[in-house]
Ligand binder design. Structure first.
Ligand SMILES: [Zn+2]
Length: 403
């Protein structure tokens, strides 16, 4: 019989309800304990609709006065049987776990706990050109790896989105739009959002403010020509935003940026040219570190199996479900996450997320509109960061070079 130890928070992991039905919860029946103890369950959530799961959990938690806490384990999802990971009847005790609240949770539509967006940066072969200039043509293998994005991955990705009824966001360098117009047409035809991602994946913080402005203007023109719409959002290539980028974006009518990492919830950037919403990202939900092995581009990460990558992405998702009101943004690339085994795993991830009943899947533009409305109506009091964060050299002379 499974013996449940006396702890403040217990996570029971099981692939079979039966093992929980036979569990001995007597340690929890001590006087006063129900006030301090809570119980958490994880029982193959993707096979349960949310309501069925609630009913079962309530029944199992009947010895307790407090309602059961539903907790999921990141990554142990999809069609894999949990028993493969956790032998039936295994119990894991999490010491010191607390109920953390976000400082400024957003109320998402339909009571969703998490706003979710998979944003795809379709870099294609712009990366070979920006890295190798006139030698790019001799990097045929790297080029083929990158062109897999628009040619093979995009149709696959769009099919998945149609299947689940999702409208999502794509960030595409303007040069790629001109060189892979068919992929862009297909994205636009399906009603997805297209945002700005540099002209040819140049780093904005390597340009002068004037150069940055000029290439931004030229790119906006190209984006408008291919999509029929002015871009509303920015993702700086490799997150290489300059001190000037937010101001230029605000000046040119952009509504949001999604390149910074300063919060779990959206926040505003106040620039001399106006206000911009920041939809924060994280390296933990970026597909570059777990997958990208590209010697010609200078990246040598040993590729991880899709389940291992998903452990990282879903850990963020599960944390946000437990502390509602935040935003989960995948920063992925068609040539990376659109490879067959990885995208099969993504489909199962989307299915799992939708089945939790806790998510609002939306494009970044839709998330921006919602946060702006909540803010304008006074229902939401956002964090506002005045920019720039610092000006001038902050290093005292005698500390120069002491990193
Ligand atoms: Zn990129």
């Amino acid at each position: 019989m499974l013996k449940v130890p006396r702890k403040s928070l217990i996570l029971l992991v099981s692939s079979e309800l039966a093992c929980l039905e036979n569990a001995d919860f007597s340690a929890y029946r001590a006087p006063g304990l129900a006030e301090t103890a809570s119980l958490a369950f994880e029982i193959m959530p993707w096979r349960w609709k949310a309501k069925e799961f609630d009913n079962a959990a309530n029944e199992l938690a009947s010895p307790f006065k407090s309602p059961p806490e539903l907790v999921s384990l990141p990554g142990r999802t999809g069609v894999l049987d949990l028993a493969g990971y956790y032998p039936s009847g295994n119990a894991t005790v999490i010491e010191g776990a607390t109920h953390m609240k976000l400082q400024r949770p957003v109320s998402w539509p339909n009571g969703a706990k998490v706003a979710c967006a998979i944003s795809l940066d379709m870099d294609a072969d712009s990366l070979v050109h920006i890295h190798h200039g006139d030698r790019a043509g001799d990097k045929l293998s790297a080029m083929s790896m990158l062109r897999y994005g628009p040619q093979v991955a995009i149709p696959r990705i769009l099919e998945t989105y149609r299947k689940f009824g999702l409208k999502q966001s794509f960030f595409i360098p303007a040069w790629c739009m001109e060189n892979h117009a068919a992929a862009v047409d297909a994205i636009v035809r399906d009603g997805h959002e297209v945002g700005y991602h540099g002209y040819i994946h140049e780093a904005p913080n390597s340009l002068s403010p004037q150069q940055e402005m000029d290439w931004m203007c030229k790119s906006i023109e190209i984006i408008e020509r291919h999509t029929g719409k002015r871009p509303r959002g920015n993702r700086s290539p490799l997150y290489h935003m300059s001190a000037k980028t937010p101001e230029l974006l605000a000046e040119l009518g952009f509504l949001y940026d999604s390149s910074l990492m300063g919060d779990d919830v959206p926040y505003y950037l106040d620039t001399p040219s106006g206000r911009l919403l920041e939809l924060p990202v994280s390296w933990a939900t970026d597909d570059w570190p777990p997958y990208v092995h590209a010697p010609d581009l200078g990246y040598m990460f040993p590729p991880k199996p899709p389940d291992a990558a998903m452990d990282i992405f879903l850990a963020e998702f599960e944390a946000l479900r437990q502390s509602p009101g935040g935003v989960w943004i995948g920063v992925w690339h068609p040539f990376v996450s659109g490879r067959l085994s990885r995208w099969q795993r993504v489909e199962r991830m989307i299915e799992f997320m939708l089945n939790t009943g806790d998510v609002w899947f939306a494009s970044l533009e839709e998330i921006t509109s919602h946060v702006n409305e909540e803010t304008t109506s006074g229902r939401y009091r956002p964090r506002v960061d005045p920019l720039p964060y610092t000006t001038g050299n902050q290093i005292p002379e005698e500390l120069v070079g002491k990193a």
